[in-house]
Design a protein around this ligand. Structure first.
Ligand SMILES: Nc1nc2c([nH]c(=O)n2[C@H]2C[C@H](O)[C@@H](COP(=O)(O)OP(=O)(O)OP(=O)(O)O)O2)c(=O)[nH]1
Length: 312
């Protein structure tokens, strides 16, 4: 079942949410307005029809930009939730079907009140296009220099940074994260610890975790509250499927040849795109990437680009 979802964004950056009415599937959960395609109907025309019927709003298909497509399964019901973003429309949205409506900044939305398939859409709205990962060869006695580097990058507006220091003890990495945490919170950014779920749990707001594919196998439930981000390192469709169960986003690598993993088989853009589009969460392109490739990555279904070398 192909379901269209319209993300209307107003001038302040708020998005319009609608509450599913009593008696319908997922009644009470909040969603993006939209609905199923009728037989033979084109996706964009279906979305135009649904927004007119539900909200008395007129959109033009050429004003929409694809945000993300989420394949989802609710028990017997499988669907592809196809989210498009609009910053222009005609008419003031009003509730024509008795549904409650509200405008919210993406950062303020309580994810647990959203229909489960909408949570990755909201994360795609919140997450930035660039994910910077620290270089692996930094020795522990360079902590002071890296405090300065990371702080500068946070101040520049990079909102997602993985603190990955394989040569440091877990305590040394936690200590650096603790020193940067206040700044990260003020910047609305997240610092992700590599693999250290417990550290992220202890530190709280502004700190998350980035887990390896092998850690995903051991999870039974989401290891952190929704207020703390979880990233997952993925390399194939199985890992992306596990990532979608427990993480907010994935990296998929290596897209191109990379100095940090010279032995790994390269995916290339077409394989990356096929995997990213079939995944039910935002996916960053990783491996041989530079910030200048953000547009190219987005054209291939990515949330953005992640990397080490070219990002500092
Ligand atoms: N419209 C919409 N549906 C969503 C979202 N998230 C989500 O899981 N769904 C699910 C709920 C339903 O199982 C399915 C869409 O059904 P719907 O009930 O909205 O579609 P509709 O208006 O065309 O259908 P109808 O039940 O009125 O005939 O997709 C969302 O953001 N928007």
């Amino acid at each position: 079942m192909h379901v269209m979802a319209g993300v209307l964004r107003d001038a302040q950056g708020r998005v319009l949410l609608a509450q599913r009415p009593p008696g319908k599937h997922l009644a009470g959960f909040w969603e993006f307005p939209g609905g199923k395609l009728e037989p033979g109907e084109l996706p964009q025309l279906a979305l135009m029809r649904e927004l007119r019927e539900e909200l008395d709003v007129q959109i033009e298909p050429q004003d929409g930009t694809p945000l993300i497509r989420i394949p989802w399964r609710y028990g017997e019901r499988g669907l592809l939730l196809d989210a498009w973003q609009f910053t222009r429309w005609r008419g003031e949205p009003k509730s024509l079907e008795g549904q409650a409506l509200q405008w919210q900044m993406p950062c303020d939305v309580d994810l647990t009140m959203l229909a489960p398939a909408d949570r990755p859409i909201l994360q795609a709205l919140r997450l930035p296009a660039i994910y910077a990962i620290t270089p692996a060869d930094v020795p522990p006695d360079h902590a002071e220099v890296w405090h300065t580097h990371v702080a500068a990058v946070l101040e520049q507006g990079i909102g997602l940074i993985q603190l990955r220091f394989p040569l440091w003890s877990i305590e040394e990495v936690r200590a650096l994260a603790a020193r940067l945490q206040g700044l990260a919170v003020r910047c609305g950014a997240s610092l992700l610890l590599n693999g250290d779920v417990e550290g992220a749990r202890q530190l709280g707001e502004g700190v998350g975790v980035h887990v390896k594919a092998s850690q995903l196998d051991q999870l039974k439930e989401r290891p952190l509250p929704w207020s703390q981000l979880i990233g997952a390192s993925c390399h194939d469709a199985d890992q992306l499927a596990k990532g979608a169960q427990f993480a907010d986003f994935a990296t998929l690598s290596p897209v191109a040849a990379t100095a940090s993993h010279p032995e790994a088989a390269v995916l290339g853009w077409s394989r990356f795109q096929a995997l990213a589009e079939a995944a039910a969460l935002p996916v960053y392109a990783l491996g041989g990437m530079a910030p200048a490739q953000t547009e190219e990555a987005r054209k291939h279904g990515a949330q953005g680009v992640a990397g080490i070398g070219a990002f500092w």
